[in-house]
Design a protein around this ligand. Structure first.
Ligand code: GDP
Ligand code: IMO
Ligand code: MG
Length: 429
């Protein structure tokens, strides 16, 4: 009865969606446990590209049930659009997709506040996705939020919305934004509640039963370790815990029942939005990685900032998540570079650091220490076994594995489901 948590080890967009899709081949359940539609998970199946924001990336496997846990913030409009868009192609009935009663709803004022705060912040922007994620989590913790189940209780919803909206409109006016109309939100959200009602379920109970029946369960992380609200580069982070520990809280599943944690590592580093990024390459290398890797946000279309792989960061991610295996993605993007650099330490003034600094001020002033390796020219997307890889690629992987002291079990060499090589005997399920 193996259970596997999949997490990003960098600043998101590591290729989690693609790997989750590949591993779902043998998973009975795939569960999202945090984040919302700030996530953009891309799958390429039979040359067709799909970007999922809320629906778990296991959805294209007919035998797999997909769950959205209590820790996710759900914009009902976005979820309904996602279901409507895909429902003619795949089964999206309530037997296949189940959503926690307890998940919080993103309301129109969450989006409006997110956008208004960012535009007022000018030089101090976080660079959020503008999807209302932060304000929704704030209300959850502040006990002003609406759980999805509340949208199916008209009287309760009406009274609470009246109170909450009064305060939100006060804030919106203060921030220079338009106040919102009660009646139209009320009516629209009751309709969303009606639509989603058949999908609402006790996810924790479903998982408990599945586990006891010996089913394979995969927990799909969103964002990445360094966007975690506690351990990320605060305040340039998202508003949820993205680390593996939150898979338990965000789905209602006990920690003693987790078997493995797989960390997804992009073969270089990217970041969308503001915040420090020690190995960033504001030069031809950065441009090369962005163009070759198609590094434009799956959610907002913003160009991603690009740089070398930072092993100091990934090592910290391994410790924070309890990672037991690694998947290296987008190795094909590095083909064609003469030299490839790996960050193996930092320097601050005359001091050398071997661990990732917790202080943002320190992180802003570190200078990376690099190990330089030879590049390779071959197109890796045509290769299907480890043995066929160029010797320089094997060296690159070996240096990473030795530094991180965790086995690399699979590598990804292209966006398609088929571009995946298991380089160890190990399978998770
Ligand atoms: P996620 O948020 O972690 O699921 O990652 P995204 O989907 O936002 O970004 C990863 C991007 O890289 C997507 O466009 C994927 O289709 C693509 N991708 C994933 N794995 C690979 C790979 O091994 N090689 C290449 N070239 N592209 C990949
Ligand atoms: P996936 O799951 C990359 C970033 C935003 C911003 C910060 C806060 O596709 O890896 P938010 O809207 O969450 O309040 O924005 O977090 N961010 C992501 N960056 N991938 C993501 O998700 C992200 N989700 C949020 O760009 O810097
Ligand atoms: Mg993404």
């Amino acid at each position: 009865m193996p259970t596997l948590i999949v997490v990003g080890t960098q600043w998101g967009d590591e290729g989690k969606g693609k790997i989750v899709d590949v591993l779902t081949e043998s998973a009975h359940y795939v569960v999202r446990f945090q984040g919302g539609n700030n996530a953009g998970h891309t799958l390429v199946i039979n040359n067709k590209k799909y970007i999922l924001h809320l629906i778990p990336s296991g959805i294209f496997h007919p035998h797999t049930i997909c769950l959205i846990g209590n820790g996710v913030v759900v914009d009902p409009e976005v979820l309904i659009q996602e279901i409507e868009k895909l429902k003619n192609e795949i089964d999206l009935s309530p037997a296949k997709l189940k959503i926690s009663y307890l998940a919080h709803a993103i309301m129109p004022y969450h989006r409006a506040l997110d956008i208004a705060r960012e535009s007022k912040a000018k030089g101090n922007r976080i660079g959020t996705t503008g999807r209302g994620i932060g304000p929704c989590y704030e209300d959850k913790v502040g006990r002003r939020g609406f759980r999805l189940v509340d949208l199916t209780k008209p009287e309760f919803f009406k009274e609470k919305l009246k109170n909450v909206l009064e305060e939100k409109n006060f804030l919106l006016r203060y921030l220079g934004a338009e106040p919102l109309d009660f009646q139209s939100i009320y009516e629209k959200y009751l309709e969303y509640g009606e639509y989603l009602k058949p999908y609402l379920s006790d996810i924790s109970e479903i998982l408990w039963k599945a586990y006891n029946e010996g089913k394979n369960i995969l927990f799909e992380g969103a964002q990445g370790t360094f966007l975690d609200i506690d351990f990320g580069t605060y305040p340039y982070v998202t508003s949820s815990n993205t680390v593996a520990g939150n898979a338990c809280t965000g789905a209602g599943f006990g920690p003693s029942k987790i078997s493995e944690v797989l960390g997804i590592v992009k073969a270089y580093t990217t970041r969308v939005g503001e915040g420090p990024f020690p190995t960033e390459q504001n030069n031809d290398i950065g441009l090369y990685l962005r163009e070759k890797g198609g590094e434009y946000g799956s959610t907002t279309g913003r160009p991603r900032r690009c740089g070398w792989l930072d092993l100091v960061m990934v090592k910290r991610a391994i410790r924070l998540n309890g990672i037991t295996s690694l998947a290296i993605t987008k190795l094909d993007v590095l083909s064609g570079l003469d030299k490839i650099k790996l960050c193996i330490g930092y320097r601050i003034g005359s001091k050398t650091l071997e661990t990732f600094p917790e202080s943002l001020e320190d992180l802003k002033s570190v200078e990376p220490i690099y190990e330089e390796l030879p590049g390779w020219k071959e197109d890796l997307s045509k290769i299907s076994t480890y043995e066929e890889l160029p010797k320089e690629t094997k060296v690159y992987l070996k240096v990473i594995e030795e530094y991180l002291e965790v086995p690399i079990v699979l590598i990804s060499t292209g966006p398609d489901r088929r571009n995946c090589i298991f380089i160890k005997e190990k399978r998770f399920f």
